[in-house]
Design a protein around this ligand. Structure first.
Ligand SMILES: Cc1ncc(COP(=O)(O)O)c(C=O)c1O
Length: 376
């Protein structure tokens, strides 16, 4: 008998958004729009592309194990000591390092329901129990609920801020109150994958806690979203020197490839690209707010590069219908949001096309319902 572990066999694997090429193959389509995985619709920055081209000639060599050049560049950007930063193969890897570093069988991890599914998966891999605290009525993390869920077995609390898939956030004041009450032996991980899209003034400045020496706070960020480098897999954690040194012991020696390191460093220098990306997203969010309301569709105001939309019908069915039209969005049944779909903000032409398809879908469904009623 192969000694499969029960808690690993019970894991429901993460289902990523459907790749464009897969849909093209399946349906024989040439033109496909993907607004499903919160990627950057502008592609990578020109500076990053040039850096990648240059580095490709050197891929016969192992990368720098400590990401020296990128580390120095980012530490300057964030005004942190380089010893406070650890890079990962996507910020997902830092979540994994935290899980492997701090969890043993029987430990507990707390987060929210309707949040990033990698937290429960990686907790379960380590045999820990994942507690999903219900959200507030306005689909935000319930920090008081999380405090109430703490037990002596709690090791890590994950807070996605802004949250995926709701796009909602917890405020600076709420975080301050929360951190004042969390025992210092619990690691609190603020996952800021979408921080570059935030425009709310009361959004917390988590790096200030790290700078102030808050030993149990870890802040995660990524180059996958605003920096347009999702395919390279690079993200990082910022924490106390002691925490970063501990996590370095858990990682593999060459966990971040050379092309990713070079591209990320170049992307940090492309502030115009970052500005354009944020402008596109902020404008796109407003466009969707304006267009969804007249269609009778509710949505959650978002601080991220996506919007969660309540279709008031089976979201999987809407997803399938949009797929047939060459549009990939994200159905939300895995998050127990069966009537919702998540839409990534795209370029204006892509956003307009999605609104056109949603309108057509709703019209078709309304007329189907009307003809069923008149037949009855
Ligand atoms: C909340 C959240 N954290 C982390 C990640 C992972 O990002 P990365 O590509 O850096 O692994 C994602 C990606 O979708 C996310 O939504």
């Amino acid at each position: 008998m192969i000694p499969f572990k029960r808690h690993i066999q019970d894991i429901k694997p993460y289902e990523p958004g459907k790749p464009i090429k897969e849909l093209q193959r399946e349906y024989g389509m040439r033109s496909v729009i993907k607004l499903a995985s919160n990627e950057n619709p502008l592609g990578p920055s020109g500076k990053a592309i040039r850096a990648m081209r240059k580095t490709i000639r050197e891929v016969h060599l192992y990368p720098e194990g400590n990401c020296y050049y990128l580390l120095t560049r980012l530490a300057k950007e964030l005004d942190l000591d380089p010893a406070q930063i650890i890079f990962g193969n996507g910020s997902n890897e830092i979540i994994e390092l935290l899980a492997r570093g701090f969890l043993s069988e029987g430990d507990e991890v707390i987060s929210s329901e309707m949040t990033f599914l990698v937290y429960p998966i990686l907790s379960q891999v380590c045999g820990a129990k994942f507690k999903a605290v219900p959200m507030t009525r306005d689909y935000r993390y319930d920090l008081d609920g999380i405090l109430r869920a703490i037990t002596p077995k709690t090791r890590i609390i994950f807070i996605a801020n802004p949250n995926n898939p709701t796009g909602t956030y917890v405020t600076a004041r709420e975080v301050e109150d929360f951190l004042a009450k969390v025992p210092e032996n619990i690691v609190v991980c603020f996952d800021e994958a979408y921080v570059d899209f935030v425009d709310a003034e009361d959004f917390p400045k988590m790096l200030a806690y790290v700078k102030a020496g808050r030993a149990n706070v870890v802040v995660l960020r990524t180059f996958s979203k605003a920096y347009g480098l999702a395919g390279l897999r690079i993200g990082y954690g910022a924490a106390s020197k002691e925490m970063a040194a501990y996590l370095h012991k858990v990682r593999q020696p060459f966990n971040v490839n050379a092309v990713a390191q070079a591209a990320a460093a170049a992307a940090l220098d492309d502030s115009f690209f970052l500005w354009r990306t944020k402008w596109l997203v902020v404008r796109g969010r407003k466009f969707f707010y304006r267009k969804l309301k007249p269609l009778g569709l509710e949505y959650l105001p978002s601080q991220a590069n996506f919007i969660l939309v309540h279709m008031k019908t089976d979201g999987q069915e809407v997803y399938q219908e949009l797929l047939r039209q060459g549009m990939i969005v994200r159905p939300m049944s895995a998050y127990k949001l069966g009537e919702w779909i998540r839409i990534t903000i795209g370029r204006h032409s892509q956003n307009t096309e999605l609104i056109r398809l949603l309108k057509a879908y709703l019209n078709k469904n309304i007329s189907c319902k009307a003809s069923r009623v008149s037949a009855a």
